[in-house]
Design a protein around this ligand. Sequence first.
Ligand SMILES: [Zn+2]
Length: 281
Amino acid sequence: MQYRETLPLGPHEVVLTFDDGPLPPSSTKILDILKSECVKATYFLVGEMAQNFPDVVRRIRDEGHTIGTHSYDHPLTFHTMPLAKAEKEINGGIDAVSKALGNPAEVAPFFRIPGLLRSEAVENYLASRSLVTWSVDFDADDWFRHITANEIARRAISRIESKGRGMLLLHDIHPATVTALPIILKELKARGYHIVHVVPAQPGRPVTVTEAQQWQVAASSSARRTAAAAPRPTAPRSAAGSPRPASAKLTPAGTKTRRVTTGENFAPVGHELSLSGRPPS
Ligand SMILES: [Zn+2]
């Protein structure tokens, strides 16, 4: 829907992301589930929530998840607000999460715009601050009122299967998501998927090596298979009229190295994807 680039994932690789928290008890139950499955996720925390629940922010860090940010108080006007206000929202969110953690260096340079309401000015600002703009490849409508956990899981799995790889957006603030998550993880495991943990590159954690082509969003898993050997310079991003977000942007995003982590209950091997800088061209 939004961008021509996504994370350079391999077949059957999924990145779990959680937006809008932290909000106990849902957030802490989600953490319990992730821990029991040895799965690492990427969080996009809201500054105001981090201020209210700093203990949960620290628990997310202590349990090894990646922490990015999602503005100070989640306004759904990023596409229309003056840039100065957007800057305040972005920086306010980062400051609040930094304070909760007690160390600004522990906040990943990853930002997801509330409601994915992008604008070029905001993206340029984020890029100028070396913040990676994240979108999503698929969601599961878990913020819909009255949606059941089974339906969230069904939508998550069918959307993941339709692409065969990508980043899933969930919200760790909803009770239905808490109930859906074990179903999603069990089903992904049964279908041979691996969860990839995305981390910011830093000293001792080198950027993963990738090729430009790996960042391109493909139309579907079948299209990707037939085009496996050839670059897809203008890969379509989603079916026309698709109501849901279908791609990711990682401006100034990076490259990857595959690092194998051990001790995974979820899969025999887990992967880590280390990001920074720009995709190779
Ligand atoms: Zn949000």
